[in-house]
Design a protein around this ligand. Structure first.
Ligand code: ZN
Length: 412
């Protein structure tokens, strides 16, 4: 471990730099919480709502900073105490063969990081979110969700990981094959998730006959958008925050709406929100996002190939005997803060898509009015920051700030 090792320097600058970048963004964003309410939001923001927004956003920011601090301390602590070298020795003595030992190593680290993150997750859900009336989940549901998540990660993740490790043990072109395999796996998951995985956590029920269902079907027909079924998700069992989403490709599209969205909005508003989502599908946004994602993961696998064949990656973390599994872990520690540099680029594309989908929705329902009022309500109800700092937006937002969306909609 020394400054003459490039991996050591790149890891240190990345981990510490990313922490400080986020910290600066958090403080800049907090400093604008007290700014005047934008004109476009004056009609929905009451003084009481304003006060609650400031209190909520401050609590969330404090939690984020503490969470990031714990993450930084844990990573540096494990790194500089020599824990990776020690763990590598333990994994080698498990005696399950190269792939089995690798699965053990990554499994143990994954479990440990889940446990380390648990107290902050508990505080977020049962502290902040409960205090501001968003949380509806019970401790039992919360813990069951975590347990199901861990089991799913084991059932779905371990076979994939075993396959990737096997490829790395056997092929000089392993990075390329793994990239193709993981990409195919990811596409399969986007198909599987709404059908088999989300129902493990939420109850999906067919939307009952009535005005809303008729209005949604009429919209879909007008836009020539085939819908396989419309369901309602019991989001209110966990949180009062509202959402809508689409799932599926081609002819089997399912529309799923959170019950919380239905409860708080008029039919016109819900139809406008759905028109926005249909806009994403009609305008070809999803394949474009997938292609960008594939290119970025291709870059990652290319760099992983370089890292796995460079002993200095291992010595930077005090690991004596290079193995593929440990190499992947160490590479991800080095790479993940740097990969965040691409987030703003991905968000730039995503923000452009949001504006396009908004315009599509306004045209589809014949007026920007319903979407404007739906967006205002969501922002009001979720206690959203009304004047986020541009640097924070650049770093974190995948959607444009509300005021920009409202301004663009008002121009249509
Ligand atoms: Zn959107």
């Amino acid at each position: 471990m020394s400054l003459s090792n490039p991996w050591f320097v790149v890891a240190l600058v990345g981990i510490v730099g990313w922490f400080h970048l986020k910290l600066i963004a958090d403080f800049l964003n907090l400093s604008r919480l007290g700014n005047e309410v934008p004109d476009s939001m004056q009609d929905v923001v009451t003084p009481e709502n304003r006060e609650r927004t400031i209190a909520y956003q401050s609590s969330v920011a404090r939690l984020d900073v503490i969470d990031d601090g714990i993450g930084l301390a844990t990573t540096l602590g494990l790194w500089w105490s020599g824990a990776f070298g020690w763990l590598d020795g333990k994994a080698a003595s498990v005696g399950w063969g190269a792939i089995g030992n690798g699965l053990w190593l990554i499994g143990v680290l994954f479990l440990a990081s889940s446990l380390i993150g648990l107290p902050m997750d508990l505080w977020r859900t049962f502290g902040v979110e409960t205090e501001f009336g968003f949380n509806k989940t019970s401790l039992r549901t919360f813990l069951l969700d975590r347990l199901k998540g861990l089991l799913l990660a084991a059932v779905l993740g371990l076979p994939l990981l075993a396959l990737v490790l096997w490829i790395f043990e056997h092929s000089p072109l392993a990075a390329l094959w793994s990239w193709l395999l993981v990409s195919a796996w990811g596409l399969l998951m986007t198909w599987l998730a709404p059908r088999f995985i989300m129902p493990l956590f939420h109850k999906f029920e067919p939307m009952p006959e009535g005005e809303l269902r008729q209005a949604i079907l009429a919209l879909a027909e007008r836009l020539k958008f085939s819908v396989a079924d419309i369901s309602v998700i019991d989001g209110s069992r966990r949180s009062t925050k509202a959402n809508a989403f689409f799932a599926g490709f081609g002819k089997t599209r399912r529309i799923a709406l959170f019950d919380t969205l239905i409860q708080g909005h008029t039919t016109d508003e819900i139809v406008a929100v759905l028109a926005h989502e249909i806009g994403h599908a009609k305008l070809g946004h999803v394949p474009r996002q997938i292609i960008v994602g594939l290119l970025l993961s291709g870059l990652m696998f290319g760099l992983l190939h370089v890292g796995l064949h460079d002993e200095r990656l291992f010595s930077a973390f005090g690991v004596m005997y290079p193995s593929f599994a440990m190499g992947m872990v160490l590479f991800m520690i080095v790479y993940s803060p740097w990969s965040r540099l691409f987030d703003p680029l991905v968000s730039l594309l995503s923000r452009k898509h949001e504006f396009e989908a908004d315009r599509f929705a306004a045209e589809a329902v014949g007026s920007p009015g319903p979407l404007i009022s739906a967006l205002k309500k969501l922002s009001h109800d979720h206690l959203a920051h009304l004047t986020p700092h541009p640097f924070y937006v650049w770093l974190h937002y995948s959607h444009p700030p509300l005021t920009e969306r409202l301004a663009a909609l008002a121009r249509t």
